[in-house]
Design a protein around this ligand. Structure first.
Ligand code: GZL
Length: 327
């Protein structure tokens, strides 16, 4: 349901217009941008697409060529080669995973097309394959929400209790998964009473997470924390917990830590279902448009451009706060 609403928003945006920025002179040539997007696997991803399409629109001086790779890297390779053939001025890439980009980005480089990475990063040795990147510090997101867990357990006198953590992992090899997982691995190493009960490859989708958690709970119900690397996987896990009759949230048996902090998750947090949400801001459209504008003016943007993010729990949330959120 949630993603349906977001997709309807996206359709409305495509039909209506864009998030207006500086209005370029009418005679100015449109800047042609090819954007290879990961997919539409989560509420976060749809909000990111809405933001990108809203900023890179004709009223703002752009002609956007958009491709949804449906979570398959080979589809991104095809889209990128098509963008080269279509003679785009810029390539914007949200890489599904960090590995495997050298060859296709060398073709882009040979065509003289500047590359901007958005959201996730690539693992290429050659940093000249892209001009700049804008996105989140995923390991810091994990460290923040685990610090919240540590402080909360301390405040409840539970700091030394054994803690079995069910880790629901995002798309393997993606920057978001690598960073958030590293934060958990480091935290478990420094807390002798914490352990990872199991790692479930949820691929950032609600459906996959629901299936995996449902099957897992049939074998083992002794978990105290779910560390879910995005909100949609948390929603799937909550459905499985409900079916298994296991309570969760601040007053429940299982503490749920979730990433993205989309509005639906913040509502569940305010309702006492999710314990803490680590924000991951998807609104990169205006940021990417500004980076392109800088390059159009002959300036070289900073290589890595991080966005600042928070962790929210019920104490931080009000209906007015949620209403003011863009996603
Ligand atoms: C994070 C992004 C992740 C989100 C998921 O920047 O790459 O991918 O956390 C999305 O919701 O699918």
């Amino acid at each position: 349901m949630r993603k349906t609403i977001a997709l309807l928003l996206l359709a409305a945006l495509l039909l209506s217009g864009c998030a207006r920025q500086a209005v370029p002179a009418a005679e100015e040539k449109l800047i042609r941008v090819g954007f290879s997007q990961v997919g539409a696997e989560s509420d976060w991803r749809v909000a990111n697409t809405v933001s990108m399409i809203g900023a890179l629109c004709e009223e703002n001086g752009f002609e956007l060529l958009f491709d949804n790779a449906k979570q398959r890297q080979e589809n991104q390779f095809v889209a990128i080669r098509n963008f080269i053939q279509q003679g785009v001025d810029y390539l914007v890439l949200a890489p599904i995973a960090e590995a495997g980009w050298e060859d296709v980005l060398r073709e882009v480089q040979a065509a003289g097309i500047p590359v901007i990475l958005v959201d996730r990063q690539i693992a290429a040795e050659d940093r000249d394959l892209y001009v700049c990147w804008v996105g989140s510090d995923f390991q810091a997101e994990g460290e923040q929400v685990l610090r919240w867990l540590e402080e909360t357990l301390e405040s409840r006198g539970r700091a030394s209790e054994p803690l079995r953590i069910l880790h629901i992992r995002g798309t393997d090899g993606s920057s978001a998964q690598l960073g958030r997982t590293k934060a958990l691995e480091n935290a478990v190493r420094t807390h002798p009473n914490w352990s990872v009960a199991a790692v479930l490859p949820g691929e950032f989708t609600e459906a996959k997470s629901y299936e995996l958690v449902r099957d897992y709970l049939r074998e083992d119900r002794d978990i105290q924390v779910i560390y879910s690397e995005n909100d949609n996987m948390s929603f799937g896990a909550m459905r499985a917990l409900d079916e298994a009759g296991i309570s969760y949230g601040p007053g429940g048996d299982v503490t749920i830590l979730s990433f993205d902090a989309v509005r639906e998750a913040l509502q569940l947090c305010m309702d006492g279902k999710i314990d803490a949400c680590a924000e991951c801001n998807p609104l990169h459209g205006p940021r990417v448009a500004a980076l392109i504008r800088q390059m159009e003016e002959g300036k070289t943007p900073g290589k890595l451009n991080y966005v600042l993010e928070s962790v929210y729990d019920a104490d931080d949330l009000t209906p007015a706060f949620l209403a003011a959120r863009e996603y």
